[in-house]
Design a protein around this ligand. Structure first.
Ligand code: AHR
Length: 550
């Protein structure tokens, strides 16, 4: 068996950019793994929107994260953080959800439009969670960032906007007017004129509209039946202007299938035609409980973002994997009501959620420090969404910056790409490509789970094809073993191949404002023999292989 050092040196051969001294010790290599890419079995096209984002007026997401103000010494474009925009363009950010989350159902869009000096300061939905270190704008929202600023942010990033409407505390007429403000043509309505005064004569043409958020809880405490009635009312005869509006219904609390069933039963009470008004059904999945089943208490069940052992590593990944079952079970249930499959799933919040304490900027509530473990979690989740591209129309990682599973952390003029941000870069080639059925297997990992022996299947991933370019992403979740594999391309052979790998020796490795490069991609060689690529997937790694087929 190789030493840990031998292993990483072999993996890194050809990567001049890395300093080997970062990898003092390595585990062994397992040879029993298999990746079989069935090129004759193309599945659905992977919607680029699966790679979407989520931004809420919550803690440091908007103020400090995105919005620094036009007068700031931080490099900005009309108040929007320039460095963030540049990175979003690089990863081809397709869609951004805003303004919440729970915040959405307390938000009055009218507060965030018009001359900046006239905008009111309002108590933020999350004010009760803020602490004495929190910035004032996080508690009392100055509304400096509103609809026009968000649209500008999306335009700069090259992303589509996805707005979440307030169903709990605004009447339906205000929803219609928000649509009118965004989409009515130049010269048509007073609201279009107001939009023009704010700098955009052209309509924003917003297609994606969420109708409430978590309507079983912070979005109004509705029953599924009550919410379905509201959904029908809010979406009935909304003028779309030149757009086919795509409404997204609020889904269940976790994997609660009774909500899903109750919602569709009630929707269909007014006939099958009602299904035409539902583009997507929301699913939220946060992995948070690492108590090994000892508690279901929201606060006590959470673990630490930075302090965890091997069992804690696997536990959060296990919790994350439940998303696949959620997708399958909700899809099956929706199919009972919608056999023609008009309604797709929109996984508009996902990620791990740890207890407070690892914030890069003290006082930023719900901010946590993403580590290598969260990079693996994120690769694993994006692979799940890719594999279910026939069912999933959109995914939105929660949340983009200064929050839970953030791609970026920023404070004043400091900015860093987290390991999660690098994963989105490694995976961006999947956007719009065709998902290809791929079989993954590897010997199971054995470990001690809270005093009991447990096993974990360490290898998974997804593959997609665009012309002759095959993109294979693989997570090796084993903390100990690299997995040596000759990838089997069924029905094709490789002309060339390259890799990008994200890993680190320390499972807790993370990037900070002062040490920005603890977890960054590197590019080991891929060997090809008899047209089949071979690669050793390092322990605790996310890999993207780009293969050019002959
Ligand atoms: O992402 C943080 C919060 O988690 C969102 O506001 C809410 O929708 C969910 O409960």
């Amino acid at each position: 068996m190789n030493t840990r050092r031998d292993f990483i040196q072999k993996s890194l051969a050809g990567s001049a950019a890395l300093c080997f001294s970062r990898f003092p010790d390595l585990g062994g290599v397992s040879r029993g793994g298999k990746i079989e890419i069935l090129l004759q079995e193309p599945q659905a096209t992977i919607s680029p929107n699966i790679y979407g984002h989520f931004t809420e007026h919550l803690g440091g997401v908007i103020y400090d994260g995105i919005w620094v103000s036009p007068e700031s010494r931080v490099s900005n474009i009309g108040g929007i953080r320039r460095e963030l925009v540049e990175h979003l363009k690089k990863i081809k950010a397709p869609v951004i959800r805003y303004p919440g989350g729970c915040f959405a159902d307390s938000y009055d869009w009218r507060d965030g439009v018009g001359p900046a000096a006239n905008r009111p300061r309002r108590t933020n939905f999350w004010a009760g969670e803020e602490n004495d270190k929190s910035t004032a704008s996080h508690k009392y929202d100055p509304n400096a960032f509103g609809t026009d600023e968000f649209m500008r942010f999306c335009q700069l990033a090259g992303a589509q906007p996805y707005l979440a409407a307030n169903v709990r505390s605004l009447p339906a007429a205000e929803f219609y007017r928000w649509v009118e403000y965004c989409n009515s043509p130049q010269g048509s309505t007073t609201l279009a004129e107001n939009r023009g005064k704010a700098g955009s004569l052209a309509p924003y043409n917003v297609q994606y509209w969420g109708v409430g958020n978590e309507s079983w809880g912070c979005g109004g405490n509705f029953t599924a039946q009550e919410y379905a009635t509201e959904f029908r009312r809010y979406t009935a005869w909304v003028p779309g202007y030149q757009q086919q509006l795509k409404f997204i219904a609020s889904g269940p609390n976790g994997d609660d299938l009774t909500w899903t069933r109750g919602f569709f039963e009630e929707i269909l009470r007014k006939g099958e035609g009602q299904l035409r008004s539902i583009f997507g059904f929301g699913l939220h999945h946060y992995a948070w409980n690492t108590s090994f089943g000892h508690t279901t208490d929201w606060n006590k069940g959470k673990g630490d973002a930075l302090q965890f052992d091997i069992a804690g590593w696997y536990e959060i990944l296990r919790e994350g994997q439940r998303l696949e079952l959620m997708i399958e079970s909700h899809w099956k249930t929706i199919g009972e009501f919608d056999p023609e499959r008009r309604v797709k799933l929109v996984v508009d919040e996902w990620g791990p959620w740890y207890r407070p304490g690892s914030e890069a900027t003290p006082g930023d509530i719900l901010e946590q420090m993403p580590t290598l473990r969260d990079a693996i979690f994120s690769g694993m989740t994006l692979d799940i969404l890719n594999r279910h591209a026939d069912k999933v129309a959109m995914g939105n990682c929660a949340q983009l910056i200064n929050c839970l599973n953030s791609l970026y952390l920023a404070h004043e003029d400091k900015f860093v790409i987290t390991p999660v941000g690098h994963v989105f870069d490694l995976y961006s080639a999947h956007q719009g490509a065709q998902n290809i059925r791929t079989v993954f297997s590897a010997p199971e990992v054995q470990y001690d789970r809270d005093g009991k022996p447990a096993t974990f299947a360490p290898l998974n991933g997804s593959a997609s094809l665009r012309g002759k370019d095959l993109h294979l992403t693989v997570v090796n979740m084993s903390t100990e073993y690299g997995i040596d594999i000759q990838v089997q391309l069924r029905g094709a052979s490789a002309a060339s191949a390259s890799s990008r790998v994200l890993s680190a020796l320390d499972l807790h490795a993370h990037n900070t404002f002062d040490h920005r490069d603890a977890v960054v991609p590197y590019s080991p060689n891929v060997t090809i023999s008899a047209g089949q690529p071979s690669f050793t997937f390092p322990p605790a790694s996310v890999t993207a292989l780009s293969v050019r087929l002959t």
